[in-house]
Design a protein around this ligand. Structure first.
Ligand SMILES: *Cc1c(COP(=O)(O)O)cnc(C)c1O
Length: 468
């Protein structure tokens, strides 16, 4: 394809995208294909000769699209959202047309300086004080890995990268049982070992880690000659929105001199609404905080903002150049590749800039408040419906429920969930709460309406009744 053909196909792509979104309400949310169906429809070997764009496009529509789950569907109530506001899709289009590698200031000064500016906009938007500095990472998983590596280096007096971990004291990291699996992976990759990730029991309706148990675990580790390195707290856990008491965690961390990371990958978007900030009260004392504008807020995947109280610790951990202190900030030049694991960096700041400007914080707040209200309404309606039990109450826009039955409850709810997702009008996922299988609901699609959430009630109750 040359750029003249691109002109034509680019226009068709814009039409296709607008039509696709206009028609989404009529599509089943979850792909309804059997495993292997797409694979077997694709030729075994790559083509030797060039193929016409029209043929490629036809196969895209006929073979690929039926196998896609529609994440931008207004009735996507599964997982957490991966919202892509139209304006952020447009920004991504420009970014891919420019296709710059934004690893150093000089490899695209505007990309670096816009990143600095929009990270600070996000910092203000979610109510963090101006002592925090932000960077855009590719995922919350990467940000958490960065935090764990920083904990490790700080605890080893910055010798881990150089000397390795053998012969070092056993480093210990603490978290609750509700944290995301990205924490486990970060611990593995950082070389600390799963056995050194200490899971603190949770208590209460917020499923927060027990601060006394945390204190006791640290004391026991010190007595055993291990070296506590840091604490990972969560605001809005993936399963049921578990949220630690950040202030209580910070009391322990400060008394023990430990580095802290707060994972608010999903719930962080809601912090643009001041009334929800009590959920992470005390976050101002954390060392590192991550939230994903690519989840609820609408910045097309991927776009993670990672806020640091002292970026020098992170840069000291990750910068390859020994004169890192000179490049960081002092001369007005920031090289963000020294703040993250990969060297190459996409120009992610552009879509956040477009998004915040096109919707305004007011518009984004309204969306989040609506989702929270609609989820609370749905939970209340289900709770008032005979045969249903709300298992965990709404945490922002997330709650879990199950349908009661006389026989095997887990199997009954798995069957109900399968029938709901085969039906296609809505899409839900399951989780386990205290060992029991429950159905998980979150409202968060960028284009969802109150009617879409009301339809979820109709589908759930209709299919539950049909199965009994
Ligand atoms: C989604 C999520 C993650 C992982 O986010 P990625 O950006 O996909 O790595 C981590 N923690 C929590 C609480 C999440 O909800």
């Amino acid at each position: 394809m040359n750029w003249e053909d691109f002109r034509q196909w680019g226009r068709r792509a814009a039409d296709w995208a607008a039509d696709y979104h206009a028609g989404l309400r009529n599509e089943p949310v979850r792909a309804q294909v059997a495993p292997g169906a797409v694979l077997s429809a694709l030729p075994d070997a790559p083509p030797e000769g060039a193929e016409a764009m029209q043929a490629i496009f036809d196969d895209f529509e006929q073979t690929i699209m039926p196998g896609m789950t529609h994440w931008q569907h207004p009735r996507f109530f599964a997982y957490f959202p991966a919202n892509a506001a139209p304006v952020s899709v447009l920004a991504e289009y420009f970014v891919s047309a420019i296709a710059a590698q934004c690893m150093l200031w000089q490899t695209s000064p505007a990309a670096t300086e816009l990143e600095t500016r929009v990270c600070d906009w996000m910092r203000q938007a979610i109510g963090l004080p101006d002592g925090f500095t932000g960077v855009i990472q590719d995922s919350a998983s990467s940000a958490t890995l960065c935090a764990v590596l920083t904990m490790r280096e700080r605890a080893l007096d910055w010798q881990g990268n150089k000397a390795g971990l053998s012969g070092q004291p056993r480093l210990r990291v603490y978290c609750s049982a509700e944290v995301h699996t990205s924490v486990d992976r970060a611990i593995w990759i950082a070389g600390l070992g799963e056995e050194n990730l200490v899971r603190i029991p949770t208590h209460g309706p917020t499923r927060a880690m027990d601060a006394d148990a945390l204190r006791a675990a640290i004391a026991a580790d010190r007595a055993a000659g291990h070296q506590p390195a840091g604490i990972i707290a969560c605001t809005g856990g993936t399963s049921a929105g578990a949220s630690d008491d950040i202030a209580a965690v910070m009391d322990v961390a400060e008394a023990e001199g430990l580095y802290t990371h707060v994972d608010a990958a999903w719930a962080g978007s809601a912090m643009i609404c001041p009334e929800f900030r009590s959920l992470w009260a005390g976050v101002v004392r954390a060392d590192s905080v991550v939230m994903n504008p690519h989840k609820w807020l609408g910045a097309q995947f991927d776009c993670t903002t990672h806020f640091l109280r002292n970026p020098d610790d992170l840069v000291r951990t990750l910068a390859i150049q020994p004169e890192y202190l000179k490049t960081h900030g002092a001369d007005g030049i920031v090289n963000y590749s020294e703040w993250s694991v990969p060297l190459g960096r996409r120009f992610r700041a552009l879509k956040l800039w477009f998004l915040i400007r096109a919707h305004g914080l007011g518009g984004l707040r309204e969306m989040i408040r609506n989702h929270v209200t609609w989820a609370q309404d749905l939970a209340a309606r289900l709770e008032a419906t005979e045969g249903f039990e709300v298992v965990t109450q709404p945490m922002l826009s997330l709650f879990t429920f199950r349908h009661l039955a006389t026989a095997d409850l887990d199997a009954h709810n798995q069957d109900l969930l399968n029938r709901i997702n085969d039906d296609g009008r809505i899409y839900l996922t399951q989780t386990r709460i205290d060992g029991a299988l429950v159905i998980r609901f979150q409202a968060g699609a960028f284009t969802a309406t109150a009617e879409d959430v009301a339809m979820a009630y109709d589908v759930i109750t209709e299919l539950a009744a049909a199965g009994t």
